[in-house]
Design a protein around this ligand. Sequence first.
Ligand SMILES: Nc1ncnc2c1ncn2[C@@H]1O[C@H](COP(=O)(O)OP(=O)(O)OP(=O)(O)O)[C@@H](O)[C@H]1O
Ligand SMILES: [Mg+2]
Length: 207
Amino acid sequence: MSIECLQISKAYKNKSLFKDLNIAFEKGICNCITGENGSGKTTLLKIVAGLEKADFGNVRVKGTCTYSGSNPYMLRGTVMENILYPLTLKRQGQQSDLKKVQAMIAQLGLDGLEHREAHSLSSGEKQKVALGRALVWNPDILLLDEPTANIDVETIERIEHILLEYVKDPEHTLLLVSHDLEQARRLSGETWVLKTQGLSKVNPKVL
Ligand SMILES: Nc1ncnc2c1ncn2[C@@H]1O[C@H](COP(=O)(O)OP(=O)(O)OP(=O)(O)O)[C@@H](O)[C@H]1O
Ligand SMILES: [Mg+2]
């Protein structure tokens, strides 16, 4: 297991989102979380990412971890510079970095936008850039909050293909929040519904 949530609880003011939540997410598959608006999916993902604190309990995360939210932040600079940024932090060889970024741009269908200011992009285009920026780092754990919510049908196919390739590596763990149960079915991993009682496993084929 690379992500383990041990007895975690979270409440905002008087609203309890989840209590004593125990869950371990498997490597090498897509772990999909769905649930009603406001049920706490984003909060749970942020707790796993270390961006929010649980009120009680612990989260164990083994390996490098990248989180991409549903309203992604664009860094100043071009699309290319945004996607390249994590690799400059890793200080890899410039030439191979550029090749990786170009391949990611092509995979996500962002060709032609390489030199556009990232701030000037549409929300769907920004979401693609954020996904590219998360993937190019090749983290052990990828946390994605509704990554295809604003995305056109053709690109959803491309992204799902990329995610399926990502989890082919048995050391990779994908935790994905999505309202799209057809998507959960296509990614064919494990699917949970988040409710105040906790996470319950569901079969998206029969929902
Ligand atoms: N910082 C905060 N302060 C107070 N309440 C918050 C805060 N963050 C989230 N909440 C509340 O906690 C609840 C869960 O929010 P969260 O964003 O985790 O839900 P969600 O399941 O991701 O919903 P959606 O499907 O709409 O994205 C909501 O009622 C929200 O208003
Ligand atoms: Mg959310």
